[in-house]
Design a protein around this ligand. Structure first.
Ligand code: ADP
Ligand code: ZN
Ligand code: ZN
Length: 751
């Protein structure tokens, strides 16, 4: 018997199946095997992708086919679906088979020491009387070892106990336990111990009927009618902030699970709080698995095993949970589907939405996307009828959307107010205090001030490793300068390199704003939430709970405070500076700004009427800001999609972004020339029929990152087998280069 094997650690240009022979009947398609490879026949891991009767002859010569060494790691062997998924990812994200394989398995799956925990239990095989008799017996009939006697005495009353506890008794070692087991006086049993850090949430299961509002009911009915159809389908639940999308989703999950099918639900990291987890665990109990990147390796592994054993109906998790080895999937939900974290930045550079679509097709399942501000791509598909549009246009309970007030910060400056707090926001905060409510203030920039520049020579202090300015963070010993890209830190200099001591600190971040709030509103406790204050594993969750519990009046922070949260007491949202992400030179900048502003404004006044949002900006006429204030996604969409069509951006074309990286600029320039020559040659030749637009080479927006220089080229062209073949050829050509790497990102989130 012969099989084709994909090795897991080959470079891109060698990544293809290799033939091996085997006589083992344990080998199946999807098996993980070890096979000899190369001249030295070093053993490597591989995955069997096909089994056949004869090897594939190349050129008819008698090739030397090697034997499979062994089958291993059977618990991770790939189902047909998962094998297909690896090949799909290889083709569509231009990664190697091994990279796809590693993405779909829990981390460390193939390490030698699998972190599987077993729990041992000691059970006394004697009745109480018999045990007492044994302890009292003397000579050869009795037991002389004090340790063994201690074990029997310990088990006398309780009958059985965790071996770990028994061993902790004074004078007892594992040898004593073993000796007693050999004599048959006790039995030691081993059970797989599966960690579920969320078991505590599953205690009081409540599966009472979810009562939907009439509008929600209508949305649910549409989803249900899709669900009943026998083919794979997709729907976009487009609901304004506070419309109660979660409840509709839960009812859809109920429906799916009641039918004996299973569900994956993806949420962004930021939303995967204990509150979210407990909402789902208290409904579906022990049948929930939660997967995210801060679980320990062992916890990840155990979640994987529970899912594979069929113990799980609902998987909730961040991006990688899309690979959960569930059978019989009835629905995949992607909540906040517009979130950029659903796209992986590392190889394989997949988008969870594409993986979801693949899996739904295999299972004939429903893909349910949900968002108040869908990605342009998804809304376009909904409008074109590829997805079913399921709108929810009112807030739950008839609550009105917050009133949004735009404050012109130029006017504040003219009136002599140089602080980052406008009079309007200041007064609104006082009102919140008076009514004993809470406020959220959003500023998309951490640190104290965003840059330091010299008043004499104009120099801005930049990171020595990257081409970006350093951010000043206040703190002990005069604070520090920090690079937000590579983490480089330096003390704050007293003088500029030109000798001048006239340094000015420009722009402000959350740290400075916190100080200002404390200065102007000393009676309102502020909680600052950003990457600097949420470093511990539980810090973020704890802060959210503290704020919910009323430990602070103001929650100030970056994106972390902007999204998804449901704080009933928050009636005011302040956006300290709406412009921060608006003028980035990226074709998605408007979309991102609109979505972020809409989301943060939507945190206000969720429980009752009268919510207010104060938006501070230097460009009060900006259309994006105005539409976000009205929460008018559809008008935003109409304007933006026309622009995309006009300029030929996604969804009207596909883009391939190629990045060349090298630590030496001369090498990089030569490589850029080579890349562009190679592309042009291909376009003149074999690929001449493809409609292409090529840009570059040009410097990446951050040209130097962590000591490496980066050049880019962008190709706009429909993605299909032919264009992918061209990209694959380029990757293979550059795989052989020594000092420069080429990465291709298909449909990147930012360009
Ligand atoms: P969204 O995610 O659409 O912004 P949420 O799902 O957070 O909105 O719902 C907003 C609030 O309304 C939440 O506090 C939620 O519990 C409540 N809510 C929504 N729908 C219902 C319902 N059918 N029954 C009871 N409470 C609901
Ligand atoms: Zn200077
Ligand atoms: Zn840096």
């Amino acid at each position: 018997m012969f099989c084709e094997v994909y090795l897991l650690d080959l470079p891109y240009h060698l990544d293809r199946p290799f033939d091996y022979f085997t006589e083992s009947s344990d080998i199946k398609v999807g098996s993980i095997v070890r096979v000899p490879f190369g001249r030295a026949n070093r053993l490597r891991f591989g995955v069997v992708s096909a089994i056949k009767d004869a090897p594939t002859m190349t050129g008819g010569e008698d090739i030397n086919i090697k034997p499979v060494h062994s089958v291993t790691h059977e618990m991770f062997s790939l189902s047909e679906e998962m094998l297909g998924l690896c090949l799909f990812m290889k083709e569509h994200t231009l990664c190697t088979f091994g990279e796809a394989f590693k993405a779909i398995l829990p981390p460390g799956a193939l390490s030698d020491t699998l972190n599987v925990r077993v729990r041992k239990t000691c059970k006394l095989n004697l009745s109480r009387e018999a045990a007492v008799t044994l302890l009292l017996a003397e000579g050869r009939a009795g037991i002389r070892s004090d340790g063994q006697r201690a074990v029997i005495r310990y088990l006398l009353d309780i009958g059985s106990a965790d071996a770990e506890l028994v061993r902790l008794q004074p004078g007892v070692t594992s040898a004593h336990i073993r000796a007693l087991a050999e004599k048959g006086i006790i039995t030691v049993t081993e059970d797989e111990d599966i960690r579920n850090p969320y078991a505590q949430y599953a205690k009081n299961v409540d599966r009472s009927e979810i009562v939907l509002s009439p509008a929600q009911e209508k949305a649910f009915d549409t989803i249900e009618s899709l669900y009943i159809e026998p083919t794979a389908r997709a729907a976009l639940l487009f609901g304004i902030t506070g419309s109660g999308k979660t409840k509709v989703i839960m009812k859809a999950i109920d429906r799916t699970v009641a039918e004996g099918k299973r569900v994956i639900m993806l949420v962004p990291e930021i939303s995967l709080t204990p509150q979210t987890v407990s909402i789902f665990c208290s409904r579906y109990g022990e049948r929930v698995a939660v997967i995210h990147s801060s679980l320990s390796q062992g916890e990840r592994l155990d979640a994987y095993r529970r899912i594979r054993r069929g113990d799980v109906d609902l998987v909730i998790g961040t991006r990688s949970a899309i690979f959960a080895p569930l059978d019989n999937i009835g629905m995949i939900v992607i909540d906040e589907e517009h979130e950029h974290t659903y796209k992986s930045e590392q190889d394989p550079k997949y988008h969870a939405r594409d993986i979801a679509a693949y899996r739904c097709a295999k299972h004939g399942a429903l893909m349910l996307l949900a968002s108040a501000t869908p990605s342009l791509e998804s809304f376009y598909k909904a409008k074109s009828g590829i997805y079913t549009l399921v709108p929810l246009r009112e807030r739950y309970g008839g609550v009105r959307l917050p009133e949004a007030i735009i404050v012109d910060m130029r006017e504040e400056l003219r009136l002599g107010n140089t602080s980052p707090l406008s009079k309007r926001l200041h007064d609104s905060l006082l009102g919140v205090k008076e009514r004993d409510e809470q406020a959220i203030i959003f500023l998309n920039r951490r640190g104290y001030s965003s840059q330091i520049s010299c008043k004499e020579c104009g120099e801005v202090i930049t990171c020595p490793r990257c081409s970006v300015s350093l951010t000043y963070h206040s703190g002990a010993r005069g604070g520090k300068l920090l690079c937000h890209l590579c983490g480089y830190t330096a003390p704050v200099p007293k003088t500029c390199e030109c000798g001048s001591d006239q340094l000015s600190f420009l722009g402000y971040g959350t740290q400075k704003l916190e100080g200002e709030l404390e200065k102007y509103l000393p009676d309102m406790p502020v909680m600052r939430m950003d990457a600097d204050t949420t470093q511990g594993k539980l810090a973020y969750d704890r802060m959210l709970e503290d704020f919910r519990g009323g430990n602070a009046d103001i929650l100030l922070g970056t994106q972390m405070v902007a999204k998804g949260h449901d704080f009933p007491r928050v009636t005011l949202v302040g956006v300290a500076l709406a412009d921060t992400s608006l003028y980035v030179s990226d074709f998605r900048a408007a979309e991102r700004t609109f979505s972020l502003l809409t989301q943060v404004i939507g945190r206000a006044g969720r429980a009752s009427d009268g919510g207010v949002a104060v938006i501070q900006t230097f460009s009060p006429q900006n259309e994006i800001i105005r539409l976000a204030c009205k929460q008018d996604y559809e008008s935003f969409y109409e304007g933006e999609i026309a622009l995309r069509r006009e300029l030929s951006y996604p969804p009207f074309c596909d883009m391939a972004q190629m990045t060349l990286t090298a630590s030496d600029e001369v090498t990089l320039m030569k490589a850029s020339k080579k890349l562009s020559d190679s592309i042009l040659e291909k376009l003149r030749g074999e690929y001449g029929r493809l409609p292409f637009v090529v840009f570059g080479p040009f410097e990446a927006q951050v040209y130097k990152l962590n000591e490496k220089y980066r050049m880019r080229m962008v190709i706009k062209c429909k993605l299909n087998a032919a264009s992918r073949r061209l990209y694959k050829e380029l990757l293979s050509e550059f795989a052989l280069e020594r000092d420069v790497t080429l990465a291709i990102d298909l449909n990147p989130l930012s360009v």
